[in-house]
Design a protein around this ligand. Structure first.
Ligand SMILES: Nc1ncnc2c1ncn2[C@@H]1O[C@H](COP(=O)(O)OP(=O)(O)OP(=O)(O)O)[C@@H](O)[C@H]1O
Ligand SMILES: [Mg+2]
Length: 218
């Protein structure tokens, strides 16, 4: 089980500015990989491509032996919903739903809310949020909101979690807490974690570091 990147290129716009210049590599299932690089070096672009949220201009991505480009949109949605979890810098919680309801959002599509509810509560307990399950996002601190967003990314027990600057909006204590959670999930559940960060200490917590320079891997 792995994610394979085959000579990925990405260009944007009519004047075709090339952002990624032929990225090739492999991320094994169970790895914890950090992606670093200067602003504009293509980190988010690469993360979105390897997580199926965007398509490369050339090259291909294979995940668990299946080529993205060969999947139709139904297959892609099924894949995203059951095998992948996403965490972003801004948590994108739905303001009118409670913490628990937000965590259960991904279960609606597969109609598994009932069966996943106990697990969602267990995640909230693991993340020290047991007493806040019924609160709305506005009634939670930034760090608590991000922990809810991570619980949401994990509720389907995905094989892969993709995170774009998950600590970018947090103070250092909450950032550390979130990174410790990621490491625990990686250790205890063998979940593959791929995250972008600007923080060198957080990058060093990975089992492998990838650095992007001008759209190339080093
Ligand atoms: N949709 C788009 N249209 C045009 N250009 C884009 C688009 N998305 C990204 N770019 C450009 O591609 C380059 C890489 O962007 P990307 O968001 O991947 O950088 P990044 O490494 O994540 O930077 P940051 O650390 O600031 O988040 C940038 O020059 C950006 O302006
Ligand atoms: Mg970015």
């Amino acid at each position: 089980m792995a994610i394979q990147m085959h000579d990925i290129e990405k260009s944007f716009g009519t004047r075709a500015t090339k952002v990624l210049h032929g990225i090739t590599g492999e991320i094994q299932s169970g790895e914890m990989v950090s992606i670093t690089g200067r602003s504009g070096s293509g980190k988010s672009t690469l993360l979105y491509i390897i997580s199926t949220l965007d398509r490369p201009s050339a090259g291909d991505v294979t995940i668990d032996g299946v080529r993205f480009s060969a999947m139709n949109s139904k297959q892609l949605h099924g894949f995203r919903n059951t095998k992948m979890g996403f965490v972003f810098q801004f948590h994108h919680l739905l303001p009118e739903l409670t913490a628990l309801e937000n965590v259960l959002m991904p279960t609606l599509k597969t109609r598994s809310s009932k069966t996943r509810r106990a697990f969602a509560l267990e995640l909230l307990r693991e993340f020290d949020l047991s007493d806040k399950a019924d609160r709305l996002p506005a009634q939670l601190s930034g760090g608590e909101q991000q922990r809810v967003a991570i619980a949401r990314a994990l509720v389907m027990q995905p094989r892969y979690v993709f995170a774009d600057e998950p600590t970018g909006n947090l103070d250092s204590a909450n950032g550390q807490l979130v990174m410790n959670l990621f490491r625990r999930i990686n250790h205890e559940r063998q979940t593959t974690i791929i995250y972008v960060t600007h923080d060198q200490d957080f990058a060093a917590m990975a089992s492998r570091k990838i650095q992007l320079v001008d759209g190339k891997l080093i």
